[in-house]
Design a protein around this ligand. Structure first.
Ligand SMILES: Nc1ncnc2c1ncn2[C@@H]1O[C@H](COP(=O)(O)OP(=O)(O)OP(=O)(O)O)[C@@H](O)[C@H]1O
Ligand SMILES: [Mg+2]
Length: 461
């Protein structure tokens, strides 16, 4: 069997799409978590800086508003106050004649427009993030004191970094796990498909009896296996029927052919001078040729009906009128029986006239064959609500009950000996049945030995 490229396998495709979906979902989720946590941390840091700014502004105000000048003493008092806060928030101060920088890594701009006061500015120094907030206080003496608060975001950033790498690790592990489980799951699910193709490969005309091992899962694949097995069952049966049909048909043809062959031998042996013999041979050959033509016609009908799903030519037909025609026809050609037709008022049926006529004739021909001389054959029809019935009944020899279910099988005859002289092939009723089936109708046989037979065709209007 053809081995598939790894990427062409359905299992790979399923596993891939499964894990891609999983990882994408995980990634989106992580991005949302990342954004909300960083926003939250930044806001937290900012509010800490603002709180510190308020404390420092208050402390500075306390010092400068006690005296009217901003002298050395006040300045060093302010610096001492600022120094006493020891944490991640640095404070830089700028007095008219002095600066104090607790954060000396970089000189940040103090120049601030009054509008800018209170705005945050982010800076990045060697992968380390800071943000700063500038503010300004006017001393009573009129001088400006610039205050700059700088918050080191190292701690929060390392928290965010740790979070990011943990999330990436989870994504990676999730991706691997989803691929592995995806492959296992897809393989397990698709395993029956391999067994389907393995079995299908083994099936050919000589072992149509192979079946795919039934899956015990009630799912799509289980259904597929059942459908394929049912199809194989039908194929096998139809193939058997076909074979039986061919062997039966050739068997049927063998008898008339050997009779013809016998007479031809006889004629060539005794010569055509023997008038008596020639007459007998020719008449027998003619009869056999007639039988063979009849058989060929029936076989052709069956083959056509089987191969091409016979196309019905449905028309609105006056059923009683049709029966009257058949009645007249048989009354004329068969003088051995008495015919009766029930008086019926007009109604129409939507049928293929040619086929229904063929079916009625086949039924009457049976009645003729299996009804002793001078007995009655009756034809009738009746309209019911959504269907109508056509009945052909006779007062003939009847059919034993046990044979009735098999009468629609091809080549089935009740009694070989009995039909030898009446010359049937056992195809008539099977053809009638398929004609009725084509019309979505039903056929019923009611018969009693030595009393007679009634065959009813029930057809939808
Ligand atoms: N009206 C009937 N009375 C008694 N037996 C019947 C009647 N109709 C059918 N049968 C029995 O059913 C068998 C099958 O009938 P069917 O019409 O299929 O075949 P056939 O008449 O033997 O041959 P064919 O119709 O192919 O010439 C007949 O051989 C006969 O034994
Ligand atoms: Mg018949």
């Amino acid at each position: 069997m053809k081995k598939f490229n790894f990427f062409n396998k359905i299992s790979t495709k399923i596993a891939m799409s499964f894990s891609l979906t999983f990882v994408l979902t995980l990634l989106v989720l992580n991005i949302i978590i990342y954004i909300s946590i960083t926003t939250h941390i930044n806001t937290l840091e900012q509010s800490l800086v603002v709180a510190r700014k308020e404390v420092i502004v208050e402390e500075v105000n306390n010092i400068i508003f006690k005296s009217s000048t901003l002298g050395e003493k006040e300045i060093s008092n302010i610096i001492n106050k600022v120094r006493s806060h020891r944490d991640q928030i640095y404070v830089n101060l700028k007095f008219p004649k002095k600066t104090y920088q607790s954060f000396e890594k970089i000189t940040l701009p103090y120049t601030i427009d009054i509008d800018q006061v209170g705005e945050y500015h982010f800076i990045k120094l060697k992968r380390n993030r800071f943000f700063y907030l500038n503010t300004i206080i006017k001393a009573p003496s009129g001088e400006n004191i610039y205050i700059q608060l700088i918050s080191d975001l190292k701690a929060s950033d390392s928290l965010i970094d740790a979070l990011t790498s943990t999330m990436l690790l989870i994504d990676l592990v999730g991706f691997i796990i989803s691929i592995v489980t995806g492959v296992i799951f897809a393989k397990k699910t698709l395993k029956p498909i391999n067994s389907i193709s393995d079995t299908a490969e083994l099936i050919n005309l000589h072992n149509l009896n192979k079946r795919i091992e039934a899956s015990n899962h009630d799912d799509e694949i289980g259904k597929l296996i059942k459908v394929i097995n049912d199809m194989m069952e039908r194929l096998e049966r139809s193939f058997e029927n076909q074979t039986k049909f061919i062997s039966d048909a050739s068997h049927e043809l063998r008898t008339p052919l050997s009779i013809i062959n016998g007479y031809v031998d006889l004629l060539s042996q005794w010569g055509i001078d023997n008038k008596e013999l020639t007459k007998e041979a020719l008449s027998s050959i003619k009869e056999e040729v007639f039988n063979m033509t009849d058989l060929m016609e029936k076989l052709l009908f069956i083959a056509r009906e089987e191969n091409t799903r016979y196309k019905l030519n449905l028309t609105n037909v006056d059923i009683p009128n049709l029966l009257k025609r058949v009645y007249k026809e048989f009354k004329m050609i068969d003088k051995k029986h008495t015919y009766l037709i029930h008086n019926i008022s007009e109604f129409h049926g939507f049928i293929d006239e040619k086929l229904i006529l063929q079916a009625i004739r086949a039924l009457i021909e049976n009645s003729i064959k299996y009804t002793p001389k001078n007995k009655q054959i009756t034809i009738s029809c009746e309209k019911k609500k959504s269907y109508f019935e056509i009945k052909v009944s006779d007062k003939g020899i009847g059919i034993p009950k046990k044979h009735i279910p098999k009468l629609f099988n091809r080549f089935y005859r009740v009694d070989e000996a009995r039909t030898k002289d009446t010359g049937g092939n056992g195809l008539g009723l099977s053809i009638v049945k398929s004609i009725v089936d084509m019309h979505n109708g039903h056929i019923f046989i009611d018969s009693e030995v030595n009393k007679g037979t009634t065959i009813t065709l029930k057809l939808p209007i």
